[in-house]
Design a binder for this molecule. Structure first.
Ligand code: PEP
Length: 241
C-alpha cells in the first residue's frame, strides 16, 4: 500500500528533518514494507537515502528559466527528487491552475520519467448535482492525462472533504474508486480528512490502494499509526488470499 503525507505550507526545514528522522526510525524498527511518501515545502526538501520517498508538492514544467517563484528539474535534481504531486485541488482552486496547464505539467514530468501522484476531486456543488454530473466533472480532470503512464499514482480527493473533517461514505469511496479502476491500472489513493482514527477503515476498503493525508499527518506519531494500519491490512490481505 501507499501512504503519503502532504505537508502543504506547514513545518520548517528543521521540523521536517526531525519528522523524517522519527519516521525513518519507525519504519526501520517496525520492518514496514509499505511505500511511504512525504511532500514537504520546497524549502524543506532533502537528498535522502532512506526508505521514505520525498516528493515535491509543485514544480513548473521546465528545466530552468525565467519563471519567477517557481522551481524546475535542475533544482529537483540537486536533491534527487523524482516524485511530483500534480492537480491538487488547492493548486486548481486556490492557485488557479487550469486543466490545460495541469495536463502540460503532467506531460512534461511524464516525459522526464517522474513518479506522479495525480489528484482529482469534485467540489460540493458538483457532488450535490448528481452522479452523472460528478463523473463528467471528474472526467474533465482527466483530459490530457495519460492514464496508462507506468509511474502514475491516482489520488481521489473530494474537495469538500479536504481539511473539513468530513469524508464520503465507505460505499461512495468504493464506488468511485471502482469506477476509476476501470480507467487505469495505477494505484488509487483516497485523500480528504483521513486521520489516525479513520485510516484503518478507509485503507480496508476495496479498490483503495493507499491514502494521501494532509493535516492528519502533521503529527509524525499519527502518520506512523496510519502506516502501521496499512502494514497490518496488507498482511491480512496476503493471508486471506
Ligand atoms: C490534501 O490536501 O491532500 C488532504 C488530503 O488534506 P486533508 O487530509 O487535510 O483533508
Amino acid at each position: 500500500m501507499i501512504v503519503a503525507a502532504n505537508f502543504k505550507t506547514n513545518l520548517t526545514r528543521y521540523q521536517t528533518r526531525e519528522y523524517l528522522s522519527r519516521l525513518e526510525a519507525f519504519i526501520h524498527d517496525n520492518n514496514i514494507s509499505q511505500e511511504v511518501f512525504i511532500f514537504p515545502t520546497a524549502t524543506s526538501i532533502y537528498s535522502h537515502a532512506g526508505k521514505v520517498n520525498i516528493g515535491i508538492q509543485n514544480a513548473y514544467p521546465t528545466k530552468n528559466g525565467a519563471f519567477t517563484g517557481e522551481i524546475g528539474t535542475d533544482q529537483l535534481d540537486e536533491f534527487e527528487i523524482r516524485t511530483v504531486l500534480i492537480g491538487h485541488s488547492e493548486r486548481r482552486h486556490v492557485l488557479g491552475e487550469t486543466q490545460e496547464f495541469i495536463a502540460n505539467k503532467y506531460q512534461f514530468y511524464k516525459e522526464h520519467g517522474y513518479k506522479i501522484i495525480y489528484c482529482i476531486g469534485e467540489p460540493l456543488e458538483v457532488r450535490k448535482s448528481g452522479t452523472s454530473e460528478m463523473m463528467s466533472y471528474l472526467d474533465s480532470q482527466l483530459v490530457g492525462i495519460d492514464m496508462h503512464y507506468e509511474n502514475l499514482i491516482l489520488a481521489y480527493e473530494p474537495v469538500w472533504a479536504i481539511g473539513t473533517g468530513v469524508t464520503p461514505t465507505n460505499e461512495d469511496i468504493v464506488s468511485l474508486h471502482s469506477a476509476l479502476r476501470r480507467t487505469c491500472t495505477a494505484s488509487i489513493l483516497y485523500g480528504g480528512s483521513v486521520k489516525a482514527d479513520n485510516a484503518k477503515e478507509i485503507l480496508s476498503l476495496k479498490n483503495v490502494d493507499g491514502i494521501l493525508v494532509g493535516s492528519g499527518a502533521l503529527d509524525v506519531d499519527d502518520f506512523c499509526s496510519m502506516i502501521n494500519d496499512a502494514e497490518n491490512i496488507k498482511l491480512n490481505k496476503e493471508i486471506n488470499r
